[in-house]
Design a binder for this molecule. Structure first.
Ligand code: FES
Length: 619
C-alpha cells in the first residue's frame, strides 16, 4: 500500500522541526509542534502577520494573498505567508521576528481593593472516633458525628473524599483535616494540614492567560505564571475562534483542549516556583470574556456570534475542576465568574469586583480595551455596560508595522514642538515595529503639531513643509496605504526598512477609538450624565495600562472629563478572580453583579452610526 510522502519542516531560530505530509501548510506544521507564529486572521490570508522567510527547500508557488501582503523586495528575499505556503520538500524557514508570538510583555499586576480574608474553601481539624463491634458506624457517618454544625448539615461528600476517607481516619489516630466549601466536603486529609491551603486564580484573555497561586491562609500571592493564549493560532480575535468552533465539534474541542492544557501548564509552573504540589490546590477560579469562558468549558459559542448574541449560561458556576479538565486536587472546586451578556463577560465582572465600583458614590467609568472594548459606567445607584468591536488595532494588529507589546516594539513616541522625535521601544535591541500605545502616541503627537488634521488626514509633504519646515516634511513618504510618516529610518531598525505610520494605520486607530468613544458617549446618554458628572476613569487591561492618558485624550479615545482622574488599574479582571478565592463575600457579590448591571445593546441604538461617525474625529 502506498504511503503518503512526508517532508521535514525546520523552524529557525528555534530549530524545532515537524514531519508532515508533503503539501502541508507551514502554519499547520508549526501548530503541530507548538512553534508560535502570529495568525491574526486565523489563516485566511488577510492579515499578513504570519511572515516567514524560506532558507532552503521548496514551497508551493506564491499565491494571490501573498502577492497582496508581501512587497516585491520581500518576495525576492524569500518571505512568504506561513498560512498560504505549503512544504513541497524538506524545508527550513525562519519565523520573522514580528510574527513570532513570543517575548511579549504580559500584564499581571492589578489593583485589588482590600476585603476581609474569608477563603472560599476552609479547613478544620476533627478527631474521628474509631468504629467498634458495638458501634459499626461507617467512616463517613463517624465523621459527620464530629463535624460542627457550621460545616453544614450534613455536608455532601465528593466521591474522591469517600475514597480518601478510610486511610485518613485510620492514620494519625483518627485526627483528620476536613476541607469544605459551601456545604461540600472537598477532601479529608490525615493529621493536621491546616497550614497548607491553596487556590489558583486564572484570567483567560483573548491574547494572554495569567494564573496566580494564592496561599488562602494568608491571602498572599505565592507565584504568577503567564503565557500567550495558544488559541491565537486559530485566530487572534473572538470572531475567528467562534467561526472555528462553529465549523465542527472537533474545532470546538481543539479550542477547549488548547486552553485547558495551557492552564494546566500554568498551574504546574506556578506550583513549581512556589514549591507547592498541585494536588494541594483545593479551589480555582476563572474569569474571561464570554467567548473565552465558553471555549474553556467546551460550550458552543455559536449563539454569541449571531443576533441576539446570547451566552449558553450567564450565571456563576461551581464545578468540579477535574470535570473541566484541570489538574489539581481530584475534588478541587472551580468557581467560574458569571457573564453579564454575550460580549460583556466574566472579565468585566472581575473588573467591577476589583474596583468596587458598585459600592461607590459618584459616577465612574471602567474600560477594558482589547479587541473588544468592554465598559461599565455608573455608581452604586445604577450601572450600565456595553461592548464595542474595536478590532485588534490597539494590540498592534492591522497596522503596517504593527506588533504586540514585545521586545523591539515602539511603545512610546514623543514629538516636541520643535519637531524633534524621541522613540522609546521595549527591550534593548533595535526597533522592529510599533505596538498600540506607540501608535496612539505617534498619532497624538502628529495631531498636536497639526500634521494630522481633525478628520485624521495625514498632510502632504508640501503641506508639512509649509507648516513645520523641511525637517518634518522629509519624514512624509509615498506609500501604497495613502502616504506615511517615517517614525524610525531604515538604518536604525532591525527589519531592513523604516518603521512607518501610514494613512491606513491612522484610519485603523480612528475606527478602533471611534468604537470605544461611541460606546462611552452612549453609556453617558443612557445614564443621563455628562462628562462633568464623572469622577473617575479606571483603565483596565494591558493597553489601558501602557497608554498615556494625554495621548488617549488627544486622539479623542476618551472624552475630557473635567473632574475625573484617569487611573490605570492593571489586570483588574485577574484581581477579581483572586478576590473570589480569598473572600466568600466577593464570590457572593460576583453572583449578584449580573443582575445589577444593565446591559446596553448598541446595535439596537438607532443613533449608534451617527455617534460613531462623530467619535472618529480627533480633538
Ligand atoms: S495572513 Fe496568515 S494568518 Fe493571517
Amino acid at each position: 500500500m502506498a504511503t503518503a510522502e512526508t517532508v521535514r519542516v525546520i523552524f529557525r531560530p528555534a530549530g524545532r522541526s515537524a514531519r508532515v505530509p508533503k503539501g502541508t501548510l507551514l502554519t499547520a506544521a508549526a501548530n503541530q509542534i507548538g512553534v508560535p507564529i502570529e495568525q491574526v486572521c486565523g489563516g485566511k490570508g488577510t492579515c499578513g502577520k504570519c511572515k516567514v522567510r524560506l532558507l532552503s527547500g521548496t514551497l508551493s508557488p506564491v499565491g494571490p494573498a501573498e502577492s497582496r501582503h508581501l512587497s516585491s523586495d520581500e518576495l525576492a528575499a524569500g518571505y512568504r505567508l506561513a498560512c498560504q505556503a505549503a512544504a513541497l520538500s524538506d524545508v527550513s524557514v525562519e519565523v520573522a521576528w514580528a510574527s513570532a508570538a513570543a517575548g511579549v510583555s504580559i500584564l499581571v499586576e492589578g489593583l485589588l481593593e482590600p476585603m476581609p480574608l474569608e477563603p472560599i474553601v476552609e479547613k478544620m481539624v476533627v478527631q474521628v472516633p474509631r468504629a467498634s463491634l458495638e458501634d459499626q458506624v461507617g467512616d463517613y457517618e463517624a465523621l459527620l458525628r464530629v463535624l460542627p454544625p457550621s460545616a453544614g448539615q450534613p455536608p455532601r461528600p465528593s466521591l474522591s473524599t469517600l475514597r480518601e476517607l478510610p486511610a485518613a481516619v485510620r492514620a494519625a489516630d483518627g485526627l483528620v483535616t476536613v476541607v469544605h466549601a459551601d456545604g461540600l466536603l472537598v477532601s479529608v486529609e490525615q493529621g493536621d494540614t491546616r497550614d497548607a491551603l491553596y487556590g489558583f486564580a486564572c484570567d483567560i484573555g483573548t491574547t494572554t492567560v495569567v494564573g496566580y497561586l494564592l496561599d488562602l491562609n494568608t491571602g498572599k500571592r505565592l507565584s504568577v505564571a503567564s503565557t500567550l493564549n495558544p488559541q491565537t493560532r486559530f485566530g487572534d480575535d473572538v470572531v475567528s475562534r467562534i467561526e472555528v468552533a462553529q465549523r465542527s465539534a472537533e474545532g470546538l474541542e481543539s479550542l477547549r483542549q488548547t486552553i485547558v492544557e495551557a492552564i494546566n501548564d500554568l498551574i504546574g509552573q506556578a506550583c513549581a516556583e512556589a514549591g507547592v504540589p498541585r494536588e494541594r490546590i483545593h479551589a480555582l477560579s476563572i474569569v474571561g470574556n464570554t467567548c473565552m469562558h465558553h471555549l474553556f468549558l467546551g460550550l458552543s459559542p455559536a449563539a454569541l456570534g449571531r443576533s441576539p448574541y446570547v451566552p449558553v449560561v450567564a450565571g456563576p458556576l461551581q464545578l468540579d475542576a477535574i470535570e473541566a479538565g484541570l489538574r489539581a486536587h481530584p475534588s478541587a472546586q472551580l468557581f467560574v465568574l458569571p457573564n453579564i451578556a454575550g460580549f460583556v463577560g466574566a472579565d468585566t465582572v472581575g473588573v467591577l469586583l476589583a474596583t468596587r465600583l458598585l459600592h461607590k458614590e459618584g459616577v465612574r467609568l471602567a474600560i477594558d480595551i482589547g479587541t473588544n472594548g468592554e465598559m461599565a459606567l455608573g455608581s452604586r445607584e445604577r450601572m450600565v455596560a456595553c461592548s464595542t468591536a474595536a478590532g485588534p488595532a490597539f494590540e498592534g494588529a492591522q497596522l503596517t508595522h504593527g506588533m504586540r507589546a514585545a521586545d523591539g516594539a515602539i511603545d512610546h513616541v514623543d514629538l516636541g514642538e520643535d519637531g524633534q522625535i524621541q522613540v522609546h521601544s521595549i527591550g534593548r535591541g533595535k526597533v522592529r515595529g510599533i505596538c498600540g500605545s506607540g501608535a496612539v502616541d505617534a498619532i497624538a503627537g502628529l495631531r498636536r503639531l497639526g500634521i494630522i488634521d481633525a478628520t485624521g488626514r495625514l498632510l502632504s509633504r508640501e503641506e508639512v513643509g509649509t507648516l513645520r519646515g523641511d525637517h518634518l516634511a522629509e519624514r512624509i513618504v509615498p506609500h501604497a496605504h495613502g502616504g506615511a510618516f517615517v517614525l524610525v529610518p531604515a538604518e536604525q531598525t532591525a527589519i531592513g526598512g523604516p518603521v512607518l505610520l501610514t494613512q491606513r494605520d491612522i484610519r485603523q486607530i480612528q475606527l478602533a477609538k471611534g468604537a470605544i468613544r461611541a460606546g462611552i458617549e452612549i453609556l453617558m446618554a443612557e445614564l443621563g450624565v455628562g462628562p462633568e458628572d464623572v469622577v473617575e476613569v479606571c483603565l483596565a487591561g494591558a493597553f489601558g495600562n501602557y497608554i498615556r492618558p494625554e495621548s488617549a485624550l488627544t486622539i479623542g479615545l476618551i472624552p475630557r472629563f473635567p473632574r475625573a482622574p484617569i487611573v490605570p488599574v492593571g489586570n483588574a479582571a485577574g484581581a477579581g478572580a483572586q478576590m473570589v478565592l480569598l473572600s466568600r463575600q466577593a464570590w457572593r457579590e460576583a453572583a449578584t453583579i449580573t443582575g445589577q448591571v444593565e446591559y446596553v445593546e448598541l446595535s439596537l441604538r438607532r443613533d449608534f452610526q451617527q455617534v460613531f461617525m462623530q467619535a472618529m474625529e480627533m480633538e
